[in-house]
Design a protein around this ligand. Structure first.
Ligand code: TRP
Length: 337
C-alpha cells in the first residue's frame, strides 16, 4: 500500500473554553471526539482565541481553559492518539486568518446568522472580532487540511463559509486547501434542559437546575434529576414531540449508560416517573465517578497538563506551518532565505 491510501482522513474540531462542560457537551461533541480518535487523524483544539469576542475575567478564563483540557483528558481524549492543543499556542491561526480575511467578502461575512444573533443579544459589544470570528474558524480548519469538521447545527454555516473561502483561494491562486465538510453528530445526541426540555441544555439559562455539569458532585446531580420536568401521562416512551421531557431523559440515560433507547424503554416499563428520574441520575453519576476522580488528579498535576499543552502545540504547529508557508508563498510574500 502506498502512503496515500494508508493515510487516515483528517478531522478538525474545536470548543471554546467559556463556562464549564455540561452533559450536553459530552453527548453532542466529546463522545464523538473520543470515538473518532482511532479511525481518523484528529486535531482537537481548545479555541481560546474565539472566546474573547465577549468580555471575560482573565483569571476565570485561564482557569476554564485548564479545566476544559483536564476534563477532555479525564473523559478519554488521548494525546497519544490525537493532537490536542490550545489555539493561542499556535500563532499560525492568527496569521492565516489575516490572509483569509483578504479573501473573504464583507457581504459574505455579514450574512452569518450567528453574528446577527449575537449582535442583537449584546448590542454594546459588537466588536470586529465577533464579525471576523468565522474567518478565524476557517483558518483553524484549513491549516490542518481537514476533510471533516464535526459541529453542532449552529456552526454548520461557518464551516460552509470556510469551504467557500478555501474554494475561492484555490481558484485564485492554485489548489492549496482541502475543502472541508461539516458533519453532524448522530441522531439522539442532543441534550435538552432538564427544566425546559424544548431548548438545548445550556449554562446561560436562568434556572440552575436546568443544566448538569460534568464536574457537578453526585448530590447536586441527583437533586437536579429529581427536579427534572417530565410530561403528562405515565408512559416512558421516546416521543420528542409529545413527550419532550421523558424523551430527553431517555437520551441522557442512553448516552451515559450505553443502553440503546429502545432497550431503555423496555427496562423502564411500568416504572414511575420519580423512580425513572432517580435511575437516570444514578446512571450519570456512575459514569462520572471515575471521570471526576481522574479530573481532580489531573488538575493537581500541573506539570502533566503543561506537557500535554506543549506537545500538542508542537505537533499542531508542525502541520500548521506547512500550510501557512505554502499560503504565504502563493500570495507573494517573500520568504526569508
Ligand atoms: N465556533 C465553535 C463553537 O462556538 C468553536 C470553533 C472554533 C470551531 N473553531 C472551530 C468548531 C473550528 C469547528 C471548527 O462551538
Amino acid at each position: 500500500m502506498n502512503e496515500a491510501t494508508e493515510k487516515k482522513k483528517v478531522i478538525f474540531s474545536a470548543v471554546k473554553p467559556t463556562g464549564a462542560l455540561t452533559l450536553g457537551s459530552y453527548a453532542g461533541a466529546l463522545k464523538n471526539w473520543i470515538a473518532m480518535q482511532n479511525a481518523y487523524e484528529c486535531f482537537y483544539c481548545v479555541a481560546d482565541m474565539h472566546s474573547i469576542t465577549v468580555r471575560l475575567t482573565p483569571a476565570d478564563f485561564r482557569k476554564n481553559t485548564i479545566e476544559m483540557l483536564a476534563m477532555y483528558l479525564a473523559l478519554g481524549v488521548d494525546p497519544e492518539k490525537c493532537t490536542l492543543f490550545v489555539q493561542s499556542h499556535v500563532p499560525a491561526h492568527a496569521e492565516l486568518s489575516w490572509v483569509l480575511n483578504c479573501n473573504t467578502l464583507y457581504g459574505e461575512a455579514k450574512r452569518m446568522t450567528q453574528f446577527k444573533e449575537k449582535s442583537k443579544k449584546d448590542p454594546d459589544n459588537v466588536n470586529v472580532g465577533l464579525f471576523d470570528y468565522p474567518v478565524l474558524m476557517a483558518a483553524d480548519i484549513l491549516l490542518y487540511q481537514a476533510e471533516f469538521v464535526p459541529v453542532g447545527q449552529d456552526q454548520k454555516q461557518h464551516v460552509e463559509l470556510a469551504r467557500n473561502i478555501a474554494q475561492r483561494f484555490n481558484g485564485r491562486y492554485s489548489p492549496t486547501f482541502v475543502l472541508p465538510e461539516p458533519v453532524m453528530p448522530e441522531y439522539g445526541a442532543k441534550i435538552y434542559g432538564l427544566q425546559d426540555p424544548l431548548s438545548k441544555m445550556s449554562k446561560s439559562d436562568g434556572n440552575p437546575n436546568d443544566c448538569v455539569y460534568l464536574a457537578d458532585d453526585a448530590d447536586t446531580i441527583m437533586r437536579k434529576f429529581k427536579a427534572a420536568v417530565t410530561d403528562s401521562g405515565t408512559a416512558i416512551k421516546y416521543d420528542s414531540a409529545a413527550k419532550p421531557g421523558v424523551s430527553n431523559l431517555l437520551t441522557v440515560y442512553s448516552v451515559f449508560s450505553g443502553v440503546a433507547v429502545e432497550k431503555a424503554e423496555k427496562e423502564f416499563e411500568g416504572c414511575g416517573y420519580a423512580e425513572f428520574k432517580k435511575r437516570v441520575g444514578e446512571a450519570v453519576c456512575e459514569f462520572l465517578r471515575p471521570v471526576q476522580s481522574e479530573y481532580r488528579r489531573l488538575l493537581a498535576d500541573k506539570a502533566y497538563i503543561n506537557s500535554v499543552m506543549k506537545n500538542g502545540a508542537e505537533k499542531a504547529s508542525r502541520v500548521a506551518r506547512r500550510t501557512l508557508s505554502k499560503v504565504y508563498r502563493k500570495v507573494g510574500f517573500i520568504a526569508l532565505e
